[in-house]
Write a protein that binds this ligand. Structure first.
Ligand code: PCP
Length: 392
């Protein structure tokens, strides 16, 4: 049956049908030549991070657990939301290589993109720990992955996301304001703002978009005078051609609202927001950011899966470290240390405390043995880690 959308079904992903053909050929060669029973340990590591980031946030582990459920392998993984550094294993798979070869492609796809998004979201969260940050970027990516994008941005520390499907799947209310289209259809800003206020449930914040037909300063005053106490915020999504000195525009809006007694009205900005613009607007009177493309189109993490041990003997390719390993984390400073898996727990050279093993059983003989935390718990873990991390 001709497919409407060029995407894989859940079953096709679970059956390894999204794999690269050379894995199927490899599996055939091994099976046809009596090498189907060769047992290996394979590790997932990132040789480096995008833009020289010093650390990353691991995401996509819940999906990996479901990918390997029922497969004849053991998987050990850092918990979802863990901070990771280049050149250390975030996950390892043990089993007969022929049994899991074809799952390398979906496995890497699940963590490379989600971790890229969670990492960029976390960096923005680190820059502005207290201001509202919402994920507005699903419109820039294929709709099939919209829930994954919103989930990864939330895990990275964003306060919310605009996606309705993510709301349904994660049980977290979606967030948003109003599009320019609402004002254009009504033709007059006031009519659109009033309709928005009168028609929508009271728990939805009244955020008036104030850049559609006139200057942000005057539309903000108009919105405040129109909705008064009912107006929670104004959103500035100023087109690039008019953005000039965005900080000055925001400061003018803040001043004009305050001198007219509208101190309760917050200022929310969106449109081309990235790490640099958040840094630049940190001391501006901005209460919240809508971040789209910069996070939804985050660079993927360059994870790779490599055999590091064969039949219990350390063995790997050039450029990789052989042997079955464990990664230890200092609970105080989040420093990591990599050892062979049978090593004693090391002590953090910085904090002089015993380090904790990060690679924990996820799958045992095809059964999910790890308790998969809910997305709020994972996000809390990331927020706590961010307190101990620096951006550079
Ligand atoms: C965009 C829309 C998105 C924002 C900007 C994401 O505005 O509001 O939420 O932008 P980014 O990808 O540059 O970060 P418009 O495209 O003007 O759309 P609308 O009228 O629907 O708000």
């Amino acid at each position: 049956m001709k497919r409407k959308f060029h995407i894989a079904t859940e079953d096709e992903i679970l059956n390894g049908e999204t794999t690269d053909v050379y894995f199927l050929r490899t599996e055939k060669v091994l099976r046809d030549n009596g090498k189907a029973d060769i047992h290996v340990t394979a590790e997932v590591t990132a040789s480096g991070l995008p833009n020289g980031y010093p650390w990353g946030i691991l995401a996509g582990i819940e999906e990996v657990a479901h990918l390997f459920e029922g497969k004849p392998v053991d998987v050990y993984s850092m918990p979802e939301g863990s901070v990771f550094y280049p050149r250390e294993p975030v996950m390892k798979i043990q089993g007969k290589y022929a049994d899991f070869a074809k799952y390398e492609t979906p496995l890497l796809g699940l963590i490379c993109q989600a971790s890229g998004i969670a990492t960029r979201a976390a960096r923005i969260r680190k820059i502005t720990p207290d201001k509202l940050i919402l994920s507005f970027g699903i419109r820039r990516m294929h709709p099939a992955i919209a829930p994954m994008i919103d989930r990864a941005a939330y895990i990275g520390g964003f306060d919310g996301f605009s996606g309705v499907l993510a709301e349904k799947l994660l049980g977290i209310p979606s967030s948003g304001t109003m599009p320019h289209a609402l004002i254009l259809v009504y033709g007059k800003q006031k009519d659109a703002w009033i309709a928005f206020h009168e028609k929508l449930p009271k728990e939805i914040p009244r955020v008036a978009l104030v850049d559609t037909l006139a200057d942000e300063k005057f539309e903000s005053i108009m919105a405040a005078e129109t909705l008064g106490e009912n107006l929670n915020a104004v959103r500035l999504d100023t087109p690039g051609s008019r953005r000039g000195d965005f900080r000055k525009i925001i400061e003018e809006v803040r001043w004009e609202l305050d001198i007219r007694g509208f101190k309760h009205v917050k200022i929310f900005v969106s449109g081309g927001i990235n790490e640099q613009s958040v840094r630049e607007l940190l001391s501006a009177p901005v209460d919240g950011f809508g971040v789209g493309t910069y996070v939804s189109n985050s660079p993927t993490i360059d994870f790779a899966l490599d055999i590091v041990e064969k039949e219990g003997v350390p063995f790997t390719k050039r450029g990789k470290l052989s042997g079955n390993k464990q990664v230890w984390e200092c609970p105080n400073c989040l420093m990591h240390k990599v050892t062979l898996s049978d090593a004693e727990p090391p002590t953090c050279s910085h904090c002089n405390v015993e380090m904790k093993p990060l690679l924990q059983p996820l799958i045992k003989d095809g059964k999910i043995v790890a308790k998969l935390p809910d997305v709020k718990t994972i996000r809390e873990k990331v927020l706590n880690e961010l307190k101990k991390l620096s951006l550079d």
